[in-house]
Write a protein that binds this ligand. Sequence first.
Ligand SMILES: Cc1cc2nc3c(=O)[nH]c(=O)nc-3n(C[C@H](O)[C@H](O)[C@H](O)COP(=O)(O)O)c2cc1C
Length: 205
Amino acid sequence: MRKINIRDSILGRRTIFDYKPEKIDHNLLISLFNDAAYAPNHHMKEPWKLKVYQDEARLVFGRKIVESYIRLGLLNNLSKEDLEKARRKYDRFFYSIPHHILFYMDKENDAGYQDDENYAAVCAFIQNFQLLAWEKGIGTMWTAKPVLLDEIFIKAVGLSAEKQRLIAVLQVGYPNKIPRSRGRKRMDDSIEWIQSQSDNDERNA
Ligand SMILES: Cc1cc2nc3c(=O)[nH]c(=O)nc-3n(C[C@H](O)[C@H](O)[C@H](O)COP(=O)(O)O)c2cc1C
């Protein structure tokens, strides 16, 4: 496999929608998780927690998500027949991807700020994981939908909305098809360079 550097990995990684059926080797996954855990995190909380759904559990997990979509009204406009079709499509989707990873963290109960820091750290972990995986030819898709706030869904995956915060679901597997990059805007319009006291005063006026 060709060696790629971090810039190649950042620029080359794409969100993957279409996956090969084979699972990622268990030890490779563990080693990617261990490396991703070098993400910055305040007070060394290492707040990331994961549930990895694979094999038969994929369908069960997918169906919990679809039940949540229905509860949240996301499939409201479908006829009974179309809803059944949609269920079968979701079954195929969840079963076609080897691993679905649910990322979550424990809440600190401290009026929020520590939770925000922990949330940010888990996002850094996820991006580390995406890039490390890409380097090994593995694709991912980061999803974060309203389902993650649905208390019934949270309970259905064995967690508690009071004690835990769900952060993302990441689909993982070898890509079948890699989409083209849509590029990014130049950063010029998003940066202010502050160099003198007067620049600073002006902007704070
Ligand atoms: C917090 C977050 C949530 C996302 N949710 C979704 C999603 O629900 N569905 C989806 O197809 N992609 C989702 N994505 C992936 C983005 O659509 C994708 O990163 C973006 O289109 C850029 O494409 P690229 O990752 O190939 O560069 C999400 C990404 C992030 C960071």
